[in-house]
Ligand binder design. Structure first.
Ligand SMILES: Cc1cc2nc3c(=O)[nH]c(=O)nc-3n(C[C@H](O)[C@H](O)[C@H](O)COP(=O)(O)OP(=O)(O)OC[C@H]3O[C@@H](n4cnc5c(N)ncnc54)[C@H](O)[C@@H]3O)c2cc1C
Length: 360
């Protein structure tokens, strides 16, 4: 039997939950994992994201500063505050606010109007693909002209107390590694990533943890994240978060864009549900909104390419230059606007979105 809904959201993590939260009526979220079980990240975001969504209860620790460690230099950067937060608490709280139904199943194919899963077939006029870098589309699906650029990262958690978000730039020979240590209350999230998608990183994580005197890594999680914007509309569906390559290049920050673009897609979808807009109009508005941020993504992508091959001493010089007050103010304004937390809200809002282009 085919079950029918007003909207189906494929994937119940950041992008999916943010979208579902903005849609009224009968909404179904499908995920292969229980809500809150699928953490892949270090769960660090600009503090404003959680504040604007009224999710401050999920915060583990607030960070006023960021530190870039190169071999002989540590550069402190101070711009907007970040926080580390509890992924499970965040997902469970946001899910409870959606009022949506949930089915635990693997999606085998999704396209406009219809989602096939291991638990049956579901239909809805609106489908949102927020299933992460693999996408929910499945075999035989229409592909975007631009394939996503995949980075890969892993991390683990150890007991530790400290402050600030710390990034460490690894040697530039071979696939460059970017390491991090993000304190989160009673523990630190220590991990590393490669922009090249090189995934054989466990030995490097061991070495990194022992260099920081953290002991052996505990359980490890991670995976790919996609930082090249693709077409956010495919096969009649809204694509949100990593499924549309929305993770920001350079920083690998993918939670903020998944939340922001998720809420944008959800609000447009809700107008379709309410009969205020046709689906094709909503999809075009969404594409226009995402494309209005494409310039910022392209700039960051170019910077990522350069940083990936920059010799270590030049990396230190780059960090120093960026930290000068004027350069930082300029860079931060652009970086913020690519996926502005100002667009996030704590309530389902009937207000039409500022879908006209805002320069990145
Ligand atoms: C090691 C590491 C650390 C990171 N740290 C940070 C960080 O600190 N801050 C930050 O902003 N970003 C970070 N990122 C990037 C960030 O994790 C992603 O960009 C973000 O999770 C994207 O959110 P999403 O909702 O698009 O996808 P995801 O979070 O990947 O969610 C996709 C959901 O879809 C479900 N799903 C997938 N396929 C199917 C299927 N076939 N059927 C049913 N369900 C399916 C999954 O179970 C999952 O729940 C990190 C990434 C890694 C790998």
């Amino acid at each position: 039997m085919v079950e029918r809904y007003d909207a189906i959201v494929c994937g119940g993590s950041f992008g999916g939950l943010a979208a579902a939260h903005q849609i009224g009526g009968r909404v179904l979220i499908i995920d292969r994992l229980a809500i809150g079980d699928g953490e892949t990240s270090a769960s660090a975001v600009p503090l404003a994201c959680l504040e604007n969504m009224d999710m401050s209860d999920c915060i583990d620790q607030v960070h006023e500063h960021m530190y870039i460690h190169t071999r002989h230099h540590v550069q402190r950067l101070t711009f907007f505050p970040f926080c580390t937060f509890n992924y499970r608490a965040f997902c469970e709280e946001l899910f409870s606010r959606t009022g949506a139904d949930y089915v635990q199943a693997r999606i085998t194919r999704a396209r406009a109007g219809r989602v096939e899963t291991t638990a049956g077939i579901f239909e809805a006029p609106i489908v949102i693909d927020s299933a992460g870098w693999r996408t929910a589309a499945g075999k035989g699906a229409e592909r975007s002209a631009r394939s996503p650029r995949k980075s890969f990262g892993i991390e683990s958690r150890q007991s530790f107390r400290g402050e600030g978000l710390h990034f460490y730039v690894g040697p530039s020979r071979g696939p460059r590694r970017f390491y991090w240590a993000f304190p989160a209350g009673d523990h630190v999230r220590a991990g590393l990533a490669t922009y090249s998608g090189h995934s054989d990183l466990s030995a490097d994580l061991d070495t990194f943890c022992s260099e920081l005197s953290l002991g052996s890594p505990g359980p490890i999680h991670g995976g790919f994240f996609t930082s090249r914007l693709t077409d956010p509309v495919r096969d009649g569906m809204f694509l949100v978060g990593d499924s549309a390559g929305m993770c920001l290049p350079v920083s690998g920050e993918g939670i903020r864009p998944a939340l922001v673009f998720g809420q944008v897609a959800g609000r447009l979808a809700d107008r379709v549900r309410a009969g205020e807009m046709r689906l094709d109009e909503a999809l075009s508005s969404y594409r226009a909104f995402v494309n209005s941020r494409a310039k910022g993504y392209r700039l960051l992508e170019r910077l990522q390419t350069v940083l990936n091959v920059l010799p270590d001493p030049l990396f230190a010089t780059f960090a120093q230059l960026v930290s000068s007050r004027r350069a930082l103010a300029y860079a931060v304004r652009g970086y913020w606007n690519v996926a502005s937390p100002d667009l996030l809200t704590a309530v389902r809002t009937p207000e039409p979105l500022p879908v006209t282009a805002v320069p990145a």
